[in-house]
Design a binder for this molecule. Sequence first.
Ligand SMILES: [Zn+2]
Length: 572
Amino acid sequence: MEQYIVSARKYRPSDFRSVIGQNSLTTTLKNAIINRKLAHAYLFCGPRGVGKTTCARIFAKTINCTNLTESGEACNACESCVSFNEQRSLNIFEMDAASNNSVDDIRELVKQVMVPPQIGKYRVYIIDEVHMLSTPAFNAFLKTLEEPPEYAIFILATTEKHKILPTIISRCQVYDFNRIQLADTVDYLQFVAEQEHIAAQREALEVIAQKADGAMRDALSIFDQIVSYCGKEIKYKAVIDILNVLDYEYYLRLVDCFLQGDVVESLLILDDIINKGFDVQSFVSGLSSHIRDLLVSQNEKSVGLLQVSASVKERYLQQAKQCSPIFLFRALDLCVQCELNYKVSKNKRLLVELTMIKICQLITSEAEKKNDSRQKIRKIDTDDTAPTPPPTIPQTARKDVTATPQPQTKPPHDILSGSKAGLLNLSSIMSGQADKATNVVNTKQPDTPRANEVDFTEDDLRKQWLEYAETVNENPFFYKYITEISPKKEGNNCVITVVNEHQIQEFSDKCPQIEDFLSQRLGRDIKLVVNKREVEISASLSPDDIFNKMKAQNKHLQDFADKVGLRVDYSQ
Ligand SMILES: [Zn+2]
């Protein structure tokens, strides 16, 4: 059986020419070698997997080559080159500072540096992840770096340049490696596929390149993984399944729904995505990226930032034409807020649903403003918080976009535009009873949306509860309390259960504010009822809480603890 060699090793570049995506940098290095203007220390900076170590190795091989080609590349044939290629050259010394970061490790290295090369001119010392060296180790190294022997060349590599001491940087020639462009990665994967006689769809390779995020090593290892599943044929569909990547079709469909203000369909699409087992958080960040892609597609200058294949690009451009920049910017803002709140939210799905509802409302509020220019009241609170559009979108682009047909008339959900104060009757939207709810509002109290007769559900209450949380998010503790509590509806009471005195205090302080907010949002006089739960001793109690509870049950415990010197153990 043919032995399978991992592509990242098999296709590791053997000369500067075959290094992908770092052209100007490799040219500079080659010129330095041709002109014999070598520095004693180099600092290679850049993200992981972009070729820093590879370039360091090629550099070491090239400066020791006895038969350099005209273009300054290693010949790969002389004794020195062969020993490098067979990884038995003594003129290269590699150290990973992530695991060897002590003073002793550096002293060992300094000893090595004193030994001159037996064959060849230079010994090259590559120190990977150099930012991981301890400060004493750095200091121990500084002397050698300042006055190295003639034959010694240091190549320091780091992913975190800002952590390198200025004294080190000033002694090195600094090279900044680029993140590899998507198209370059895809081209190279295409090349590897051809060499391996694998038929690969370009869209499929794009997904791999996107997942690798600018790191060629990752791209090749994902490629290997895909080959082991798919064999000699790599298709887009199979790749998104294996990598669990959400098809861009979903995002295109969702934005179409947003543009229609179609809350119901948006939520159904989300449900479909969740049922397919996709992670909700990655979905939200995917949606943010999609909206960002639409935003850059709106302008000729920024469209180059869109990294998708030609066939998909056309779809993006079309959808971008239908969106106004202000809509995209606000939708992006809502998505980013959702991502920020995701970790602290207890009901994550609800948070995402709420975000999508808000995005659907954006179009409604835009249409409302157009239709009803006399009413200059800001209707939906997202208007107040939404930042101004980015200055990078020029006026011309905006004009183009607004000239394209927008939903001029009322969107499908009349209930949204029918509510005068921008109040969203969620229960009616969710249950599809838009007409009924509109009737109630219009016939009973046409001018005030606070129609006392409109009942609300527990779901409505919980949604508004989380909405309220957003108004206090500058107070992280209280915000956390609110988002962790799921209120119950008992008549017009909002009943919550808290677990400690501090929460009781917080909620009593904020009680009027909360009641006002909920009453206004739900169209009823809502009373907040706070219950304290008698909790069992559980992991959520602090060691102090547990001890206090035990003391309450047995008053001799404290005496006993004092006598034998017991202390609360905080290590758990
Ligand atoms: Zn050679």
